[in-house]
Design a protein around this ligand. Structure first.
Ligand SMILES: [Zn+2]
Length: 76
């Protein structure tokens, strides 16, 4: 994250647990998704979008690490 975090955003994260950043569209996506800035207990402030049916915000770094562990387990 290169962008400087505004004080207001920090307060919002403290109060709500997240702050809305805007709708972004990634390559291969049909529609843009809302992105949020939120705090991961492990990685600090991260950006992500709600996933799956539960619309849970997941830390992308945690997810990546989980995937790595999974693929390692499969390889063994
Ligand atoms: Zn994390």
């Amino acid at each position: 994250m290169d962008e400087r975090l505004k004080l207001l955003d920090k307060i919002k994260i403290r109060l709500n647990g997240y702050v809305y950043k805007g709708d972004y569209k990634k390559e291969g996506w049909k529609e843009p998704l809302p992105f949020y800035l939120f705090e991961c207990p492990v990685h600090g402030l991260v950006e992500g979008y709600p996933k799956g049916h539960s619309k849970r915000l997941e830390c992308p770094i945690c997810r990546e690490e989980e995937e790595k562990i999974k693929s390692k387990k499969l390889a063994v």
